[in-house]
Write a protein of this length. Structure first.
Length: 207
């Protein structure tokens, strides 16, 4: 059955709730804390967050002074920097490199200024204090990816499969079937990612 999560609140979806959904999807044997730890689930969820490649739209105020050689970007900057000037004549022309706009000419900026930077950012890492801020289908993708990784782990390791078989006993599923279940969850992950809202268009500075 498709994974269905409640719509995210203004504070996002908490990590504890995401863990519970993963354990429910895995079932009483695979989802047992005796078999998969909270740390494993958290790692899979955060791995999924990186794999989604769907970025957060952010805005930040930036400034530069006379003789500055670059404008540093926020730490969460990923791509698509667009400037809207607040003061000064214009943003000095330059190249985006190493998380900053480096001005084209030596000697730095000839005048000071400020601007608003519109950019795509990484999502905050999930933790007990930080939930997921993704749109609804993004959280479905996280749960699906965590389940994919959990089933893949068992299907890819004889030692893990033996441990799983000991816990499951008569209810154990074959390695081939576990691999197929893993593939199904990866398909759900991709489907959820494809249904995420389209990001606003933006361009790199100077394009």
């Amino acid at each position: 059955m498709p994974i269905i999560l409640p719509p995210p609140s203004s504070g996002g979806v908490g990590l504890l709730l995401l863990r519970d959904y993963v354990r429910d999807e895995l079932g009483p044997d695979l989802g047992s804390p005796d078999f998969i730890s909270d740390q494993d689930i958290d790692r899979y969820l955060n791995d999924g967050l990186q794999r989604i490649q769907y970025y957060r739209e952010r805005v930040a105020d930036v400034t530069w002074a006379v003789n500055d050689e670059s404008i540093p970007f926020p730490e969460d900057y990923i791509c698509d920097a667009t400037f809207v000037v607040d003061s000064g004549k214009s943003v000095p022309t330059g190249r985006i490199w190493a998380n900053a706009l480096h001005f084209d000419y030596s000697g730095g900026a000839t005048s000071a200024g400020s601007a608003r930077l519109f950019y795509c950012a990484s999502w905050p890492v999930l933790s007990d204090e930080q939930g997921s801020l993704l749109p609804g289908s993004g959280n479905v993708a996280l749960v699906a990816f965590a389940c994919y990784r959990a089933f893949k782990r068992i299907a890819s390791s004889r030692a893990e499969y033996r441990r799983y078989s000991t816990i499951s006993q008569a209810n154990a599923v074959s390695i081939d079937d576990l691999a197929q279940i893993s593939d199904v969850y990866f398909g759900e992950f991709q489907e959820a990612v494809n249904s995420l809202p389209v990001s606003s268009s933006s361009t790199f500075f100077g394009e």
